[in-house]
Design a protein around this ligand. Structure first.
Ligand SMILES: Cc1cc2nc3c(=O)[nH]c(=O)nc-3n(C[C@H](O)[C@H](O)[C@H](O)COP(=O)(O)OP(=O)(O)OC[C@H]3O[C@@H](n4cnc5c(N)ncnc54)[C@H](O)[C@@H]3O)c2cc1C
Ligand code: FES
Length: 257
């Protein structure tokens, strides 16, 4: 996999501890799509050694070039370093990697379910689907109101509902509580979030005796991102699979049954 240099176009703290960074890396952007990811070296020298996986958050065409954004939380030293980058700085990266979301051309009503920073990967899908004339309902869950993705940044056609664990905005409870009332409407479901959210989703869908197709983007710690180190192996109904190469998109019921 060829290393690329991305140039930071802008960087802002969009909401509490969550940063939006626009990047120019034309060769990576060219074949990037919602649900795929890139690996970014997050340090000045070899520390930390391993690159960090980041989803493609949004795309735009600017100055006859396709650009993309990442949305990230500062969690540890790699993302802390990333948050100090300024416009004009360079980032070593490679990608795009993995298998992203696959929208069925016949599916008109798409239900998107995001938990926490799972929103990072869902917005590009919402943007793309709106342009394709689909109807989108987006359910997002967060710990508390300040950790919700700002809905005024969504395409206006998206119907957005929120849930917070502490009840400070939207439904008081988990985002998965909102799924049953949209199940019969949805032709296809797309999710990104923490593992417990996927497990709860699988339960909700099973209890509703629904067979609606649902795709989940799994998050595992990654070493290489390219199928070499086996650091991201997960058990599925079809055996062991690598999140970086076979995923990160999996059928929900293939992993959470
Ligand atoms: C396919 C994929 C796409 C991702 N997309 C995004 C994204 O768009 N935005 C974003 O903010 N993050 C994303 N992540 C997670 C991101 O890669 C980690 O947050 C990042 O590597 C943390 O690096 P760090 O050096 O700051 O933290 P570290 O010092 O490496 O770790 C700090 C803490 O974060 C936890 N952590 C680190 N990596 C992961 C992980 N992969 N999953 C769960 N917990 C982890 C560690 O256990 C530790 O508690 C993605 C991960 C994957 C696998
Ligand atoms: S991260 Fe190395 S095999 Fe997936």
């Amino acid at each position: 996999m060829k290393l690329e240099r991305a140039v930071v176009l802008s960087q802002e703290e969009l909401y509490e501890n969550t940063y939006l960074m626009w990047l120019s890396s034309p060769r990576v952007a060219k074949s990037a799509s919602p649900g795929r990811f890139l690996m970014i070296h997050c340090g000045d020298a070899d520390e930390p050694l391993l690159p960090r996986p980041m989803s493609f958050h949004r795309f735009r065409d600017s100055q006859s070039e396709r650009q993309f954004a990442i949305l990230y939380d500062v969690r540890g030293r790699g993302t802390a370093w990333l948050s100090t980058r300024k416009p004009g700085d360079g980032l070593t990266n490679f990608g795009p990697l993995g298998r992203g979301y696959a929208t069925n051309p016949d599916a008109q009503n798409l239900l998107l379910v995001g938990g926490g920073l799972g929103m990072a990967a869902l917005i590009a899908l919402a943007d793309q689907a709106i342009v394709a004339g689909k109807s989108i309902t987006l359910l997002q869950g967060a710990r508390t109101a300040v950790k919700l993705y700002p809905t005024d940044l969504l395409p206006p056609e998206v119907e957005a509902l929120s849930a917070t664990d502490d009840g400070s905005a939207g439904h008081h409870g988990y985002v998965t509580d909102l799924i049953p009332q949209h199940l019969s409407w949805a032709d296809q479901i797309f999710a990104c979030g923490p593992t417990p959210m996927f497990a709860a989703m699988a339960n909700v869908i099973r209890e509703a005796r629904s067979r609606k197709p649902a795709q989940a983007l799994l998050e595992e710690r990654m070493g290489c991102g390219t199928g070499i180190c086996y650091g991201c192996a997960v058990f599925t109904r079809k055996g062991v699979r690598l999140v970086c190469k076979d995923g990160p998109r999996f059928e929900l019921r293939q992993v959470f049954s």
